[in-house]
Design a protein around this ligand. Structure first.
Ligand code: BES
Ligand code: MN
Ligand code: ZN
Length: 492
């Protein structure tokens, strides 16, 4: 896919748009110091005429500065550059990318000489994330109309040091971009088997991957998960990934909802917007992306990733509202609404995870409820947990990762909303607190292990770029938070 090439070098490339950071209120410092003396006055005058103040994330294009082999000058605001941290650099670089991408330049050179290798590496990560696009189904005519920016050169003092600083970030990038690709794929291409095949191919990164089919899941008694797939021609799969990076330490575990398409089943969804339900596997993609990031970085942790892959379709063989299924845990579930299928998939995946791996904690991610969007809007994922320490750590990790999360309660008095007249529980709890009753349902399949549930329905996909490093479309949300969580608190 023609995303720009991003190269580290000691000098800006000739015949490109030269990009420089100008701090807020800067007079002679950083930015101006990189111009030929003959150009300084002219640039100063232009900037003051335009009212450019160096506000972080704001970029101004100017004509070619005197005495330079650049095609043009992009002046990008650095804010308080004396206190520029890695997150700030990410924001500056990603905003710069968006400001120059459609201006028509084939190349841009971002001069970061004088900045620490860690900051240079973060700028490179930001360009990779901001320039992501999913254009594999575009023909040549549409590709030709795509942004023309082909080469990004980052000039820095020490290429080797910056490359070394980028190495762990390359692992993170690979995880995020892989997750975005999975989420972007349409459901005729990405269904349980083809998805499992893609994950199996990740063994080259050092992951161990097992794939269970329907016969194996029958034997395990996973009728909650299997019931969801009854209406589909595609065979349901459970994929188990393992990363061994810390001897015989107790593993951490991530579990993902991988509904490759959610029609709602017999409780079918309205036509309008149903195409969005190709991304109902966003939770599973975050788990896969995290496992890639941990393995590629050779993180010193043992980690398990489990994803339940199912297609929810209406059919003569589909499960009906009112059906009762027995989960692997032995709990019986009355399926009142076949569209509340994610929790049915996770019930068995969670149980299997703790039963087999005895993890030190278990976090599930799922595009579980539309109600989560009503509760938090589109900029936050909800976090539910039976363990304050784990919840606080997730909060801290998500903040450091630049992904917004907000903790939600699990009030026991709402349990009665999911009580059933015919079985142990039912799969919906009515309109009030829809995301909470979904989480309470999941909790019924968690047995004395620190657990958290992240409802990422609001954030798995975005219809517009709201954060410079997250372009329109699949976000890869969760990969950064989970890798941060592991690196901060669980790496040996
Ligand atoms: N995948 C949906 C939740 C969803 C909706 C995610 C919109 C992203 C955007 C989930 O399977 C679902 O259909 N949930 C129902 C639950 C209801 C039947 C209790 C919902 O949210 O309407
Ligand atoms: Mn559904
Ligand atoms: Zn769903």
């Amino acid at each position: 896919m023609p995303q720009p090439a991003i190269t580290l070098a000691t000098k800006p490339a000739a015949n490109t748009c030269l990009a420089l950071i100008f701090g807020e209120g800067e007079t002679a410092g950083n930015g101006f110091g990189k111009l030929q003396p003959t150009a300084v006055e002219e640039v100063k005058a232009a900037l003051s005429g335009l009212g450019f103040k160096g506000v972080r994330g704001k970029t101004q294009l100017l004509s070619r500065p005197a005495g330079s082999d650049a095609l043009a000058l992009a002046v990008t605001g650095g804010g308080d550059v004396a206190r520029l941290d890695e997150a700030g650099m990410e924001m500056i670089a990603a905003s710069l990318y968006h400001a120059v991408k459609s201006a028509g330049f084939e190349g841009v050179s971002f001069d970061l000489t004088g900045y620490a290798p860690e900051l240079v590496a973060r700028a490179k990560l930001a360009f990779h994330l901001a320039s992501y696009r999913f254009d594999k189904y575009f023909g040549q005519a549409k590709l030709d109309k795509a942004p023309t920016l082909k080469n990004i050169t980052i000039a820095c003092d020490d290429v080797k040091a910056a490359e070394a600083a980028f190495e762990p970030l390359a692992a993170l990038r690979d995880g995020i971009l892989f997750a975005r690709d999975l989420v972007s794929e349409p459901a005729n291409v990405l269904y349980p088997q083809s998805y499992a095949d893609r994950v199996k191919a990740l063994e080259s990164t050092g992951l161990k991957v097992e794939v269970l089919g329907e016969a194996e899941m029958e034997k395990l008694g996973m009728h909650s998960l299997l019931g969801v797939g009854l209406g589909s021609r595609k065979e349901s799969k459970l994929v188990i990934m393992q990363w061994h990076g810390a001897g015989d330490a107790q593993p951490v575990a991530f579990v993902g909802k991988g509904v490759t398409f959610d029609t709602g089943g017999i409780s079918i969804k309205p036509a309008e917007g149903m195409e969005d339900m190709k991304w109902d596997m966003g939770g599973s993609a975050a788990v896969v992306g995290t496992m890639i990031a941990l393995a590629s970085r050779k993180t010193k942790v043992n980690a398990i990733g489990i994803i339940g892959l199912v297609e929810n379709m209406p059919d003569g063989n589909a499960q009906r509202p009112g059906d009762v299924v027995k989960a692997m845990s032995g709990t019986t579930i009355e399926v009142i609404n076949t569209d509340a299928e994610g929790r049915l998939v996770l019930a068995d995946a969670l149980w299997y995870c703790q039963d087999r791996f005895k993890p030190q904690f278990m976090i599930d991610l799922a595009t579980l409820t539309g109600a989560m969007i009503i509760a938090l809007g589109i900029d936050y994922a909800g976090v539910f947990s039976n363990n304050d320490e784990l919840a606080e750590r997730i909060g801290e990790a998500s903040k450091a990762a630049g992904e917004n999360t907000w903790r939600m309660p699990l009030p026991p008095q709402y349990e009665k909303q999911i009580d059933s007249k015919i079985a142990d529980i039912r799969n919906i709890g009515g309109r009030p607190a829809g995301s909470i009753t979904a989480a309470l349902f999941l909790q019924r399949f968690v047995n004395n292990v620190p657990w958290a549930h992240m409802d990422i329905a609001p954030v798995a996909w975005t219809n517009e770029q709201r954060i410079p490093t997250v372009p329109e479309g699949a976000t890869g949300f969760g990969v950064r938070t989970l890798t941060q969580l592991v690196e901060r608190f669980y790496e040996h």
